[in-house]
Design a protein around this ligand. Structure first.
Ligand code: HEM
Length: 511
């Protein structure tokens, strides 16, 4: 009895002290509007309990509430305070000032360690310096050849699907994206598109799905609890394969460079990929060179960086392609305009795309940009607030909280995009119509010193693959009755269509 009273007393003292230390946080939080359905103590944690479609619904709800209340709303996830923001003026300051990624991301560090994407700022600065020259426009342009060759495979896949009714786009776009990413990043062909089940693709996808589950379901972040669950064994198996795969690539590249040979042309029979004869340099080679050669990155650092590039560049681009194809299926008139532009550029020839073709495909570019506006593959970025921050709108954000940068919300805010913000209208990107009041109103690739280094790469890869498909095949979807595309969405780290990406293909006369 006495022990219970003492324990109770200690708990009360601890709580009072804890709340007293955080009094500034509570004071500032109380000034910001919040969702009506938050609960005492747990805040909005119950809204993150369901599947990833429900989680997206909640994040969407918070973003729309922020649009209605000066661009910001605040939510408590148990004891952790987050601000969901859509105001582009405020977001510019956030993205320039709060460089540290939020602790929610720590679970993904078990795959990519201190890779640039989620590295602590002290490590990120050096990594970013090395990465930037590797993504120079000239180098990225040299990869168009890879995109073009890999696009031939995706078109052959579509050919086989033609006439077989409704098909799921996801396996083909993600395999294309992974093939292109592995070849440009590591200089290896993994044939994800030609094999029924690429082990690397499956391990990566399953591993990332578990990471996503852990990110949103806070109880799975408790390491000892996670280790007791069946997901842990599955996760370990996936990660083991992904890490072994990248270590082998690095080992071989080091050996190749040591032997001062141009390339390794022979592959071991028991390997599921081969080393091609590359004239262009892969990101891996560039990173070895740019970090200082032999004295530069260690094998671990190289592994972290190449996995970062592959992970950051695969699903994002695949999502961009998949949403664009779904939208074109829903809007046949817009697809027809894309096809006419392709006919103008390629005529009757069936030659593969070359890098000089891309700048001519202006309408296709507008379609992709509009698709990335309505369905940004990375709809939210979460940054940590380490020092109290007063924003241009007058809102003060307390240290110790986190900010959900709602790219999704900023892209749909009628204050900046007009009353037709939800419409699918590629021509809003016509130079004479595109007049953004603020850079952060459109930022599928984020903004500021920590923005996406791969945006040029992504746009070229997506446009090359779409060109190859759309020159030869018509995408048929459920035609949309109005200008607002009705697609249910979920957030599996990336934004995805909740019901999958289903369309039909019909053969065209090639151009
Ligand atoms: C449509 C495709 C893509 C989208 C929408 C996208 C979007 C993003 C976003 C939103 C970020 C986070 C930035 C932040 O926290 O502020 C990011 C970071 C990053 N992305 Fe992309 N990305 C795409 C494709 C790619 C590709 C193809 C690559 C590489 C080949 C790539 C490499 C990276 C890297 C390395 C970072 C980390 C940058 C840093 O922290 O300094 N991304 N991307």
């Amino acid at each position: 009895m006495i022990l219970s009273v003492v324990l109770l007393l200690l708990a009360v003292i601890w709580t009072v002290q804890y709340r007293f230390r955080r009094r500034r946080m509570y004071e500032l939080a109380s000034k910001i509007s919040h969702p009506k359905d938050e609960l005492p103590l747990i805040g909005v944690t119950h809204k993150f309990m369901g599947n990833t479609e429900n989680i997206m619904k909640s994040l969407k709800q918070f973003s729309y509430e922020a649009m209605e209340t000066d661009g910001v709303t605040r939510v408590w996830l148990n004891h952790i305070l987050y601000f969901v923001m859509v105001n582009p003026g405020d977001l510019e300051v956030v993205l320039k000032t709060c460089m540290e990624k939020d602790d929610l991301h720590r679970v993904i560090r078990s795959i990519i360690g201190n890779g640039t994407l989620f590295a602590p700022v002290s490590i990120w600065r050096r990594r970013r310096k090395v990465l930037i020259p590797a993504f120079s426009p000239k180098i990225v342009e040299s990869f168009v050849e890879i995109f073009s060759e890999q696009s031939q495979h995706i078109t052959h896949k579509v050919a086989r699907m033609c006439g077989s009714g409704t098909v799921n786009l996801w396996p083909i776009v993600s395999a294309y994206s992974l093939d292109a990413a592995c070849e440009s990043t590591a200089g290896v062909k993994i044939y994800a598109q030609s094999k029924a089940n690429s082990q690397f693709l499956t391990s990566l996808e399953e591993g990332l799905n578990i990471v996503c589950e852990r990110m949103f379901h806070l109880w799975l972040q408790v390491e000892w609890l996670f280790r007791l669950l069946p997901q842990y064994t599955k996760y370990q198996k996936c990660i083991k394969h992904v890490l072994e795969f990248s270590d082998e690539i690095i080992h071989n590249k080091r050996k190749e460079l040591m032997n001062d040979k141009q390339s390794i042309t022979k592959c071991d029979n028991d390997r599921s990929y081969d080393f091609g004869d590359y004239k262009r340099k892969s990101f891996l080679e560039l990173l070895i060179h740019l970090s200082g050669g032999e004295k530069g990155y260690t094998d671990l650092e190289l592994r972290e960086e190449i996995l970062t590039i592959i992970i950051a560049g695969t699903d994002t681009s695949a999502v961009g392609m998949a949403f664009t194809l779904i939208l074109l299926g829903k809007y046949p008139d817009i697809q027809q305009k894309v096809y006419e532009e392709l006919k103008e550029v390629f005529g009757d020839s069936n030659r593969p795309l070359v890098k000089e073709d891309l700048p001519k495909l202006k309408y296709l570019e507008r379609v992709v940009k509009e698709s990335l506006r309505l369905f940004p593959p990375a709809p939210f970025i979460i940054r940590k607030v380490e020092k109290e921050l007063t924003l241009p709108s007058g809102v003060t954000i307390p240290s110790g909280s986190g900010i959900f940068v709602s790219i999704f919300g900023a892209h749909r805010d009628p204050k900046y995009w007009g009353p037709d913000a939800e419409h699918f209208d590629p021509d809003r990107f016509l130079p004479e119509r595109f007049n953004l009041q603020h850079a952060c109103s459109y930022m599928p690739f984020s903004y500021g010193p920590r923005n996406c280094v791969g945006y040029q790469y992504a746009l070229k890869s997506i446009q090359t693959a779409l060109t190859s498909i759309l020159r030869n095949y018509k995408v048929i979807g459920e035609p949309e009755k109005g200008p607002i595309p009705n697609i249910r969405i979920k957030v599996d780290i990336m934004l995805k269509a909740a019901e999958g990406f289903y369309v039909k293909f019909e053969k065209r006369k090639p151009c």
